[in-house]
Design a binder for this molecule. Structure first.
Ligand SMILES: *[C@@H]1O[C@H](CO)[C@@H](O)[C@H](O)[C@H]1NC(C)=O
Ligand SMILES: *[C@@H]1O[C@H](CO)[C@@H](O)[C@H](O)[C@H]1NC(C)=O
Ligand SMILES: *[C@@H]1O[C@H](CO)[C@@H](O)[C@H](O)[C@H]1NC(C)=O
Length: 299
């Protein structure tokens, strides 16, 4: 919404803590008495998340505007609770168990009464070594995190795991999927059929499953890259796209196949698509810019 505006911080970090209380009450009366609500809302729209959270504590009125449903205020606090399991999913679950045992963190995690953690919107279980651990525990995690909007699964081999169909089914709010250096994504994304809000896909340096229909420029017009989840796509990156070894492609065939796959995608891409990064040749990009001028094409 406002994410491309430069965010300002109301704390400069240099205020000594003993003057902080006094300063807060001065700020409170300034905001409460002097500023009309539309001015407050305009000011709030420039603040970053941390400042919003600080300002929320200043007065009931401000809390009502920021955390409540004051019409006109679009810069709300986005609940984010970062849980990172760098080593393995088992460790991640171990950490989660820890958070659940601790009253303070438990209350942050559970906003609804069931065991779902609705406050978590971002999950990063990319690993720095390849391939990462992906197993049935991951699906359990998706069930617990129904509001996930961003997932990073870079450096993982998802072949034969069914993990994407679980992600798609249990996390319908998914907006951003990152899977660089991974193996096993189906070009058509047939397992992501429930992801109707997906806006961004970043899958560079990865091996894809696919077949001839995906690259056929003359027939099978309704079969193209990501066509099962492309309703809302805005940004896509598939640099250095490779294909699974069972396809038996040599380098030249890899190249021809990926050119066709990319051309077919751009020709069929939704009107929402703005940005596409691939290995398309300059010649093919020039051709496609004429056909779809609204899409920025780059390597
Ligand atoms: C990925 O997993 C599949 C199925 O388990 C396996 O056949 C394939 O060799 C793996 N690929 C890589 C690059 O590890
Ligand atoms: C992908 O793998 C390469 C080589 O193994 C590595 O240098 C790079 O950092 C990896 N990228 C990501 C996003 O993990
Ligand atoms: C790419 O498309 C062209 C033009 O339709 C076709 O002749 C060629 O066989 C296709 N190549 C691949 C690898 O699909």
């Amino acid at each position: 919404m406002n994410s491309n505006r430069k965010r300002l911080s109301i704390e400069d970090g240099s205020i000594a803590s003993r003057t902080r209380r006094q300063k807060k009450s001065t700020i409170a009366s300034f905001w409460n008495l002097l500023l009309p609500v539309p001015v407050i809302i305009e000011t709030i729209s420039w603040l970053d998340q941390e400042s919003l959270m600080n300002l929320c504590l200043v007065s009931k009125k401000l809390n009502g505007i920021i955390a409540g449903n004051e019409p006109g205020n679009e810069n709300r606090i986005i609940p984010v609770f970062e849980v990172i399991g760098r080593t393995s999913l088992e460790t991640l679950f171990e950490n989660l168990r820890g958070y659940f045992k601790n009253k303070k963190t438990k209350n942050k995690l559970i906003i609804a009464e069931d065991i779902q953690m609705n406050g978590i919107t971002s999950l990063d279980f990319s690993t720095s070594f390849s391939p990462g651990t992906i197993n049935s525990l991951t699906s359990a995690l998706f069930i617990m995190l129904p509001n996930l909007r961003q997932v990073d699964m870079s450096n993982t081999n998802i072949s034969a795991t069914g993990i994407l169909s679980d992600l798609s089914r249990y996390c319908p709010s998914l907006e951003k999927l990152t899977m660089h250096n991974s193996t096993g994504f189906y070009i058509s994304a047939y397992d992501m059929i429930f992801s109707k809000k997906l806006k961004e896909i970043y899958i560079d340096n990865s091996y894809f499953h696919g077949d001839n229909q995906d690259s056929d420029l003359n027939d099978h017009q309704d079969t193209f890259m990501f066509h099962y989840c492309c309703d809302a796509l805005e940004r896509v990156s598939i640099r250095n796209m490779r294909f699974m070894s069972y396809l038996g492609f040599d380098d030249e065939q890899q190249f021809a196949f990926s050119q066709n796959v990319s051309i077919k995608f751009i020709r069929n891409a939704p009107q929402t698509l703005r940005w596409f990064r691939s290995d398309l040749t300059q010649e093919n990009m020039e051709m496609l810019r004429m056909e779809r001028p609204g899409i920025e094409l780059l390597n």
